[in-house]
Design a protein around this ligand. Structure first.
Ligand code: ZN
Length: 616
C-alpha cells in the first residue's frame, strides 16, 4: 500500500482534551477522529489495527467452540421489559421509538437478545451446552465519556453467552473462556491482571475481570505482595485482624470481665473523631451504625425485625419474589468503611444506598448520628464480621447526645445477620497467605461471569431432559471491549515519538521509507514491497514527496514494527573485493539502533521475524 493512496492524516498537535497516551497518539497518528462527545470514527490505519484485535478474539472464540452470530444492534424493548432491565438500566440505556410508537433499545449488552433467540429454538437437553457470540456495536449513554475510545459512548464488544443443563457444564465452559481470554491478551501483547470480581448472587468463583493497570483506571484493585491474590475492591476480602465469636458461650466468656453496659452523656459530640477525643479512645473501639435503603431484596425478610409487613413483588412469571424496598442497620468497626457492592451481594439486592436523613430519624427514633445496634426494633441489624470480635465497645444510644459504653456483642446486642461487608484497603492482610495488600488503579478489558438462571428464568427459557421433564438452563456471559483493548495496547506500547506496535496488532508489518522516491531508489522500494507482500507481509511504502525527516517522524508516530530506509548511498555500497553489494537500513521500532542489511537478504530477515512474532 502506498502512503499517497491511503488516508493517514497525521498531526503534530495534541488535542486539548487528550490526557492519556492512547487518546493523544490515536489522534496524532490519524487512526481516529471525533464525531461528537464519546463518538469516534476509525480511519483506515486505526481500522486495520482494530481488525487485527477483532480477528485474534474471533480465532480464540472459535477455538473453544463458541459460535458467531450477528443479531441486530436495535432490539425490541419488549425483551428488556421481560428481563426487568428496561427500568433497572436507568438513563444509560438508549431507548428509541419507531414510527408506530413501539419501544426499542440500542443494545448496551445482549443477554436479552441472545436469550430471546435461544428461548425460541431450545427444546431438548440434546441442544445443550450452547455457546454463541457476536462482535458488534454497543451503545451506553455514559454521563462523562472521556479518554478517547477508552470510555466512549459507542463501542464494539465481543460478547458471548452460554447455556447449560447444569453447573458442571457451565463451569467447564467458564474455565475455557478464562483460558481463551488469557491467550487473547497475551497475543495482543497486553499485561493483564485477572482479578476476582463481584458476582452478585452467584457468589464463589463465579466472576473474573481482566484488568490493565492505568493511572486513569476506574477500578481499584487489591493485590498481595507475597502471592498472586488479586481482587477488585468491590469483591476483595482480607484476613481477620480480630478473633470473631461464633457462639453465645464464647461471647459470654469474652464479656465476663467487662463492666455492665452504661448510657452516658456525650454533649455536642457528632463525629467518630470527636467521640474518640471525648472518650480518649480510638475508632477501633466504636461500633459505627449506618442505615441503608436496599432495592429489590431477594432475601427472605419475613422474620426480620421491622420487615414483617413489607410488600413483596414478582418482576415476571418465574422470577423470584423480591421486596421492592427495605431498610437495614449495618454495624461495622469504627475505623472501617462499608463496601456497598459486597453489602448488595449479601442482601441479594439490585441496589443499596445510604438512607435519607428522614428515614434514619424514623428508623432510629433519634437525630442522625446516634444510631447503634442496641435495642433497634425498626430495622434488621446486619453486623460486619469485625463487630463480632468486639466487646467493651462504644456505640450510639438512639438518643440525642447519648452513647453506650461497655457494649458487648452477644451480651448487649445481637445480629439478625453477620457477614463480611468491609471495604478492604492497602495495608490489610491477604486472605490467602496473610501478606500485605497494596492498591493499583485498573481498567477492565474483559469480564467472564456465571449468571446462573437470572435471565433464563425471568425470560421463560426451558428445555426437556431425557425423561421429558422441563428445566430452566443455567447461563454464563463473557465480554471483551475491543476499543479499550486496542487503546490499552497503545498505553503499554509507546514512547516519546509515538506508538510501538506489537506485530500482532500493527496496522502494517513494515514501512519502507525512501530518502527520495525516484530513480533507482524508487525501483528498489517497489521491488522490496512486492517481495515482502509475496512473503505474506503487510507493507506501507512512503512514496510521498516529503523531506526524509518528516517521513521518519511519521514512521515513528504510527509505530510500524519494522522500518526499511532506502537511499542512494547504501545502494551504492561495494564489498571489500570491489564488487557491488547494495545495502538498505533496517530498524525495529522497538529498538534504538538501525543496522545495514544486504538488499537481497533484507526481506527474508524481516519476514522470518514477523512470522516468529505471530506464532508466539
Ligand atoms: Zn497473599
Amino acid at each position: 500500500m502506498n502512503f499517497s493512496h491511503t488516508f493517514i492524516p497525521t498531526l503534530r498537535e495534541v488535542p486539548g482534551d487528550a490526557v492519556i497516551a492512547s487518546h493523544r497518539l490515536m489522534f496524532r497518528a490519524g487512526m481516529i477522529r471525533k464525531l461528537s462527545n464519546g463518538l469516534f470514527a476509525y480511519l483506515p490505519l486505526g481500522l486495520r489495527s482494530f481488525r487485527k484485535v477483532e480477528n485474534i478474539i474471533r480465532e480464540e472464540m472459535n477455538a473453544i467452540g463458541s459460535l458467531e452470530i450477528k443479531p441486530t444492534v436495535v432490539v425490541p424493548g419488549e425483551l428488556w421489559k421481560e428481563s426487568g432491565r428496561w427500568d433497572a438500566m436507568g438513563d444509560a440505556l438508549l431507548r428509541v421509538k419507531n414510527r408506530q410508537g413501539a419501544d426499542f433499545v440500542v443494545s448496551p449488552t445482549a443477554e436479552e437478545a441472545f436469550t430471546g433467540i435461544v428461548r425460541d429454538e431450545l427444546s431438548s437437553y440434546r441442544q445443550l451446552p450452547l455457546s454463541l457470540y457476536q462482535i458488534n456495536t454497543k451503545y451506553r449513554d455514559e454521563i462523562r465519556p472521556r479518554y478517547g475510545v477508552m470510555r466512549g459512548r459507542e463501542f464494539v464488544m465481543k460478547d458471548a453467552y452460554s447455556y447449560h443443563c447444569d453447573d458442571e457444564s457451565l463451569d467447564e465452559h467458564y474455565q475455557a473462556q478464562g483460558r481463551a481470554y488469557r491467550r487473547i491478551f497475551k497475543r495482543c501483547g497486553l499485561t493483564v491482571i485477572p482479578v476476582k470480581a463481584d458476582s452478585g448472587a452467584m457468589g464463589g468463583s463465579g466472576s473474573e475481570e481482566f484488568m490493565v493497570e492505568s493511572e486513569v483506571g476506574d477500578n481499584t484493585l487489591l493485590l498481595c505482595k507475597s502471592c498472586d491474590y488479586a481482587a477488585n475492591v468491590e469483591k476483595a476480602e482480607c484476613k481477620l485482624d480480630y478473633s470473631p465469636r461464633f457462639s453465645q458461650e464464647m461471647a459470654d466468656r469474652a464479656a465476663e470481665n467487662i463492666p455492665p453496659m452504661e448510657k452516658i452523656d456525650t454533649p455536642n459530640v457528632k463525629t467518630i473523631d470527636e467521640l474518640c477525643t471525648f472518650l480518649e479512645t480510638d475508632a477501633k473501639s466504636f461500633v459505627k451504625t449506618l442505615i441503608y435503603r436496599a432495592v429489590n431484596v431477594e432475601l427472605d425478610l419475613s422474620k426480620a425485625p421491622g420487615c414483617e409487613k413489607l410488600a413483596k413483588h414478582k418482576a415476571s412469571p418465574g422470577a423470584p419474589e423480591t421486596y421492592p424496598e427495605a431498610f437495614f442497620a449495618v454495624a461495622i468497626r469504627g475505623d472501617l468503611d462499608v463496601n456497598e457492592v459486597k453489602l448488595a451481594a449479601v442482601l441479594k439486592a439490585s441496589e443499596v444506598a445510604l438512607a435519607s436523613d428522614a428515614d434514619v430519624e424514623r428508623i432510629t427514633a433519634a437525630p442522625v448520628g446516634f444510631a447503634g445496634p442496641v435495642g433497634l426494633p425498626a430495622a434488621p441489624v446486619l453486623l460486619d464480621q469485625t463487630v463480632t470480635g468486639m466487646n467493651d465497645a462504644v456505640t450510639g444510644a438512639l438518643e440525642k447526645d447519648r452513647h453506650y459504653i461497655h457494649a458487648c456483642y452477644g451480651r448487649d446486642f445481637n445480629a439478625w445477620l453477620t457477614a463480611d461487608v468491609r471495604t478492604v484497603k492497602a495495608g490489610d492482610f491477604c486472605p490467602v497467605c496473610g501478606g500485605e495488600l497494596y492498591e493499583k488503579k485498573g481498567n477492565e478489558l474483559g469480564h467472564i461471569f456465571k449468571l446462573g438462571r437470572k435471565y433464563t428464568r425471568s425470560m421463560g427459557v426451558s428445555y426437556l431432559d431425557e425423561n421429558g421433564k422441563s428445566h430452566v438452563p443455567t447461563m454464563g456471559c463473557y465480554g471483551i471491549g475491543l476499543d479499550r483493548t486496542l487503546a490499552s495496547i497503545i498505553e503499554e506500547h509507546h514512547d516519546e515519538q509515538g506508538i510501538v506496535w506489537p506485530v500482532s496488532s500493527a496496522p502494517f508489518h513494515v514501512i519502507i521509507v525512501p530518502i527520495k522516491y525516484q530513480g533507482q531508489v524508487k525501483d528498489v522500494c517497489n521491488a522490496l514491497a512486492a517481495e515482502l507482500e509475496t512473503a505474506g507481509l503487510e507493507v506501507l511504502l512512503d512514496d510521498r514527496d516529503e523531506r526524509a525527516g518528516v517521513k521518519f517522524n511519521d514512521a515513528d508516530l504510527i509505530g510500524i514494527p519494522w522500518r526499511i530506509v532506502v537511499g542512494d548511498k547504501n545502494l551504492a555500497a561495494v564489498s571489500s573485493g570491489g564488487t557491488p553489494a547494495p545495502k538498505v537500513e533496517l530498524k525495529r521500532r522497538s529498538e534504538k539502533e538501525a543496522h545495514l542489511a544486504d538488499l537481497d537478504k533484507a526481506a527474508a530477515e524481516i519476514a522470518e521475524d514477523v512470522r516468529a512474532c505471530l506464532a508466539c
